[in-house]
Design a protein around this ligand. Structure first.
Ligand code: NAD
Length: 452
């Protein structure tokens, strides 16, 4: 049995050692999930709902423990980690409303009755990245279980601890053996087996666009269903008519939250040229004000990066020739720290404008007018998120409709609510999670005609 050491990114201390699942054990788990599926889909809707509610209550009762685990494993600030554990609880409560509301249609036809059913797919494989280990896992397993599927879940190699605990809590809550299994292991072993094993009928993958493309190509061989949540390069567009003080005060939190390791990070700030200099003047104190440090301290706003290798990758975006406008704070001592950094790129082709940094580096770029703002915002292969700051409601709506991205916010930086849909345009992904239709992504629509 191979093991991996889980490291606290704020202290570089080993937190625990986790056994990694291999190929044979993955196959055995998938077969267990397949066998458990027959009973799980037959559980009465009200009983399945009750089990999901109990699971949600178990998460709530262990919220602080889950949050502390994430602080230690992923370096998330304690405030964020509590929100994340609470999000798992809420996703499960929302999912608990699904079994009794998975309504089909009755469609008028001649000579009989036509009805549709939303049938479960079977075994669903969920592959999770390290940046938001708890919520991203729940967005997959919550609705999948609610719709009558069984789930095998692979957490990221670096961050398995909260997923393992969630697996235990499901069992404690009474979710039957084999219905929800957590398999810590390598992407190339466990994740790949989800793609190749014929009993896995859908893969939900959240991670890099590069790996997402491989997953999609692999799934194509079996016409396996796939939901992809991939990278982002989102724009925060600030018009001259906006509340500039608020736009500048909040911009750091739209990109530096979770140390920028957020697929929705607004990593390009586009500012109308007439207010560009004024915006930078207002942004500087806001960036200096971001409290970077010990993630277990209640007042901390930004923690470390996930690993030394990732910090090196983030640092590579700020080259000796890069124009750095200003940087924020960074603690001394151990930990994989990188300060909030604001850069002014020379050209649209600069890597910092075209590639996802996935760290606390933001590029600020001027634009001329509404059309120019849209052109720059859409000049990317990504399309996940974005913000629009303006006091003109017509412009807010025009630009919201014009930006090619799945999740936009006006005069704020919110992206995720468990009851609204979430997902990307273009190479940011395929399909949607969360929202009123979340469960439909885990079903096949079956049409039945009955002659009368
Ligand atoms: P990653 O692609 O390296 O890994 C993601 C997961 O896939 C991990 O569990 C990994 O073990 C697994 N994996 C790796 N190779 C695999 C393979 N060949 N087959 C099957 N599974 C494999 O991504 P990461 O570095 O963990 O996460 C960062 C990326 O995730 C960023 O690009 C970020 O934008 C993206 N992300 C997207 C969203 C979204 O909702 N759109 C949310 C969070 C993160």
């Amino acid at each position: 049995m191979t093991t991996t050491q889980v490291v606290n990114p704020a202290t570089e201390q080993v937190v625990s050692t986790v056994e990694l699942v291999g190929a044979a054990e993955t196959d055995a788990a998938i077969e267990r999930a397949q066998r458990a599926g027959a009973d799980w889909r037959a559980v009465a809707p009200g009983d399945r709902a009750r089990l999901l509610r109990r699971f949600a209550e178990a998460v709530d009762a262990n919220l602080e423990q889950l949050a502390q685990l994430e602080v230690a494993n992923a370096g998330h600030t304690i405030g964020n980690a509590r929100w994340e554990a609470g999000n798992v609880r809420d996703v499960l409560h929302f999912a608990a409303g699904i079994p009794e509301r998975l309504l089909g249609n009755q469609i008028p036809v001649a000579g009989g009755v036509d009805i549709t059913f939303h049938e479960p797919l079977g075994v669903v494989g969920v592959i999770v990245p390290w940046n938001f280990p708890m919520p991203i896992a729940a967005w997959g397993f919550g609705p999948a279980l609610a719709a009558g599927n069984t789930v095998v879940l692979k957490p990221a190699e670096l961050t398995p601890l909260t997923a393992i605990r969630l697996g235990e809590l499901a069992l404690e809550a009474g979710v039957p053996e084999g219905v929800f299994q957590v398999l810590p292991g390598k992407g190339s072993v466990v994740g790949q087996r989800f793609v190749t094993h014929p009993a896995v009928r859908k893969v939900v993958f959240t991670g890099s666009t590069e790996v997402g493309k491989e997953i999609m190509a692999g799934c194509a061989r079996q016409v396996k269903r796939v939901t992809l949540e991939l990278g982002g390069k989102s724009a925060n567009i600030v018009f001259a008519d906006a509340d500039l003080a608020r736009a500048a005060a909040t911009a750091p939190y739209g990109v530096f939250d979770n140390a920028g390791q957020d697929c929705c990070a607004r990593s390009r700030i586009l500012v109308q040229r007439s207010v560009f200099d004024r915006f930078l003047e207002l942004l500087e104190p806001a960036v200096h004000g971001v409290r970077v440090g010990d993630p277990s301290d209640e007042s901390t706003e930004m923690g470390p990066l996930i690993s030394a290798a990732h910090r090196d990758r983030v640092a590579s975006f700020v080259e000796p020739s890069t124009k750095v406008a200003f940087t924020g704070a960074q603690p001394d001592g151990p930990g994989f720290w990188y300060p909030p950094t604001v850069v002014l790129p020379d050209a649209p082709s600069d890597r910092v404008l075209t590639e996802e940094v996935f760290g606390p580096v933001v590029a600020v770029v001027p634009f001329e007018d509404e059309a120019d703002a849209l052109r720059i915002a859409n000049d990317t292969e990504y399309g996940l998120s974005g913000s629009i700051w303006t006091n003109d409601v017509g412009r807010a709506l025009r630009v919201s409709r014009g930006v090619e991205a799945g999740n936009l916010s006006v005069n704020s930086h919110s992206s995720v609510r468990y009851w609204t849909p979430f997902g990307g345009y273009k190479q940011s992904g395929l399909g949607r999670e969360l929202g009123p239709d979340a469960a439909l992504a885990f079903t096949e629509t079956k049409n039945v005609f009955i002659a009368t």
